[in-house]
Design a protein around this ligand. Structure first.
Ligand code: GCW
Length: 714
């Protein structure tokens, strides 16, 4: 086994050192017996053998003396069919009878992918049962049990029954076929297209294990800025090889399809969705794909954005485009995930309004197997945005919530930013679409409108870096996304604690301070980058570092378009005196955002153009408050460094040093953001930086002249 290089993620299975606890676990869980021999049952058995073996076996431990079996993992069907077959599970009918009654009741709650974990006791022994309605659910239950043991959960607190709230829990890789990764900061693409299908890296299995361990069940392999080649026979055999590796772990494979593929692959002159030849082409293509990958998930499509072709090229609508593909996939149970992240060739008066304007009129017109994928906010994965107004505005369409794990706008894989608080802020936002309690979470999980399909997705932050995500803490975002896709009501702090315990150590002297550091990190990043509702003020194209002065090029790709700083004040007026984007929210939400007195200060400059001397809740003027936030953000990173240094004795050297070095870069870059932004905005405010704050020691010109070469992910 490799050392502490992060490769094992949260599946390290470090031995339980407390001998009493270890003994209790051993009595309950050894041996582990997974019933059945489906590929999923086999990988579940293998994971339990490996995980429990590492967690619970010490050379000095006595062999397990209890005669009854410890852990039983089974499906409802297996539970019903083993009636009294003592050999199958090592327990007799006296145990099975009551167990069946208990488990049956719980399984009604568990749905097709959930599970229950319960204690059982019999005359000859006692143990734990993981039961589910499918082998998939049983596998998730086994992984959950391993999490409980890894986090040293007391045996009496292990019983649980849970089911995922969202059907499709997915990652979107922005991986290109040449192995570069758009906005990827953790090396190249995991998928070695050149050697596939002949060489199937064992890393794909470890990817599948990590995904399944947090309940993720789908992946889109290639960039939404897609290349039509992925749909050729050559690449489909490669996709099929990956699908074969992921299948035992119940991960369905999707690909991003290019709308103009019928032309680009040389078959047709047009990609017009209403052309019968185009329809026939996609139907044939779908048949071909399913011959290679019988359980293929479907297509993710970005049409008419970032220069991608779309139905509009033929004067057709999003509905025409999406339904064309949906029709081709429907006979195979495939899905179309149509992205709502669209650009128009005309620069809009307010980019934030565009997706809503284009999509709301189509509510109710999409095919049954179409889902519309919406970013968490109306602009683009900024450190903070209000929730996207499409949530709550398309009741007849299942909406997929899209987050971005790769930190395009959150300091790349260099900054420690734990994103679960951001995810939770969005998921718990109340759209008021059907009265209060109409949270984004309830819209996305389908419960508010009773949709059959539901999905949550995130742009992956994974690459070939040995530790997968670049920053040792970046994997926490992958982990937290999976946990929240399973249940969006989970508490980000608890998720952080689970992750820390499994990734580093159960020592509370480490876990507690590290958890606080994680929990505060997102707000810290907001403060040193885009406080008070500022957004989209990063450098152009590569998006690395500050660029509030950016004013060249397509206006809605500049910074000045968004911050609108002038002599009077700063911020984008999205009320009725401005772009009136607030009108896209329900009346209650709109009223709150529209009124400068009730608009949350965190979003003030998102919705309002505010005078420099406007009095803030702290009693400071807006200008002074802005300065204070920037300074507080940069100071907080210094505090993170000091805190981290105290943790040195508690974890392994390699990861400690890695994080320490990255925090030093983060501290430097937080100052860079602070000074560049404060100096730039000062040219409009013409006010002094508050005296208690030390002024930047370099002039604005220095920051404006900073140039970077070969920035990753661009
Ligand atoms: O955030 C922007 C990125 C693009 C990306 C686009 C999208 C894949 O800068 O790189 O393209 O969003 O989400 O489609």
């Amino acid at each position: 086994m490799p050392g502490e290089d992060g490769y094992e993620l949260w599946l390290r299975y470090t031995p339980v050192s407390d001998a009493t606890l270890r003994g209790e676990y051993r009595a309950m869980l050894r041996p582990a017996n997974v019933l059945g021999n489906s590929p999923t049952a086999l990988v579940t058995q293998r994971e339990l053998n490996y995980g429990l073996g590492r967690l619970l076996e010490r050379s000095t431990d006595q062999p397990n003396r209890s005669t009854g079996s410890g852990l039983i993992v089974l499906t409802r069907a297996q539970l019903n069919s083993i009636a009294g077959n003592v050999d199958a599970v090592g327990v007799g009918e006296t145990v099975l009878g009551p167990l069946r009654a208990l488990v049956e009741r719980e399984l009604d709650e568990a749905g097709s992918e959930g599970f229950t974990i319960q204690r059982w006791r019999g005359p000859s022994g006692s143990g734990l049962v993981v039961a589910a309605n499918s082998d998939q659910g049983a596998m998730y239950g086994a992984f959950h049990l391993l999490r409980l043991v890894q986090t040293h959960t007391p045996p009496q607190r292990m019983a649980t029954t849970t089911a995922p709230r969202v059907g499709l829990r997915m990652l979107n890789h922005w991986d290109n076929l040449d192995r570069s990764v758009e906005r990827g900061y953790a090396g190249s693409s995991l998928w070695d297209w050149h050697l596939l299908p002949d060489y199937v890296s064992p890393r794909y299995t470890d990817y599948a294990r990590a995904m399944a361990s947090i309940g993720l069940n789908a992946t889109a392999l290639n960039n939404v800025n897609s290349n039509a080649l992925v749909l050729t026979e050559e690449f489909l055999t490669k996709v099929a090889a990956l699908a074969n590796e992921l299948r035992p772990y119940h991960i369905r494979v999707f690909v991003s399809a290019r709308f103009s593929a019928p032309i680009e692959l040389g078959d047709l002159q047009t990609a017009d969705p209403l052309d019968p030849n185009v329809r026939a082409w996609w139907a044939r293509k779908a048949d071909e794909i399913y011959r290679h990958i019988p359980d293929f998930g479907g297509f993710v499509v970005m049409a008419k954005s970032d220069g991608q072709p779309g139905p509009q090229d033929y004067g057709r609508s999003h509905v025409d485009g999406a339904n064309l593909l949906a029709e081709a996939l429907a006979p195979h149970d495939g899905l179309v995930i149509w992205r709502a992240f669209v650009y128009d060739h005309e620069v809009p008066e307010d980019r934030a309004k565009q997706a809503f304007d284009e999509f709301v009129p189509h509510d109710g017109q999409f095919g049954e197997n179409v889902l519309v994928q919406v970013k968490n906010g109306p602009i683009d994965f900024m450190p903070r945005e209000p929730f996207h107004p499409l949530f709550g505005a398309m009741p007849k369409t299942p909406l997929v919530l899209e987050f971005q794990l790769t930190q395009e706008y959150l300091g790349f894989a260099t900054h420690l930013v734990y994103m679960a608080p951001l995810f939770q802020e969005v998921l718990s936002s109340d759209t008021q679409a059907r009265g209060s309690g109409s949270t984004v979470g309830r819209i996305v999980d389908g419960s508010l409108e009773g949709h059959q399909h539901s999905a949550m997705t995130a742009v992956a932050n994974i690459g070939t870096d040995r530790n997968w995500c670049g920053h040792p803490f970046a994997a926490a975002n992958w982990y937290a996304f999976g946990r929240l896709a399973w249940d969006h009501r989970l508490d980000p702090a608890r998720i952080a604690e689970e992750w820390l315990r499994m990734t580093f150590t159960n020592n509370v002297k480490f876990v507690e301070p590290a958890k606080r550091l994680m929990m505060e990190s997102r707000e810290t990043c907001v403060n040193y980058m885009t406080p008070l509702g500022l957004h989209h003020i990063m450098a152009g194209s590569h998006h690395y570092g500050p660029g509030p002065w950016l004013d060249q090029g397509r206006p809605d790709w500049t910074s000045v378009y968004y911050h609108r700083a002038d002599q009077e004040g700063i911020g984008f007026d999205r009320t009725k005196t401005g772009s009136n984007a607030v009108a896209q929210y329900s009346p209650e939400v709109r009223a709150r955002f529209e009124n400068i007195g009730t608009c949350p200060e965190e979003l003030l400059l998102w919705f309002h153009h505010v005078p420099w001397d406007y009095p803030m809740r702290t009693g400071r003027t807006l200008w002074d408050e802005l300065c204070h936030r920037y300074y507080a953000g940069a100071e907080a990173v210094k505090a993170m460094q000091a805190q981290w240094d105290l943790l040195e004795p508690l974890i392994d050297r390699a990861r400690f040093e890695h994080v320490k070095a990255l925090l030093a870069i983060q501290a430097k870059e937080a100052l860079w953001w602070r000074d560049a932004c404060v100096l730039y905005f000062q040219t409009f405010s013409k006010r002094r930086i508050p005296q208690v704050l030390t002024p930047p020691d370099r002039p604005l010109m220095y920051y404006r002249n900073v140039k970077h070469h070969f920035v990753p992910g661009n």
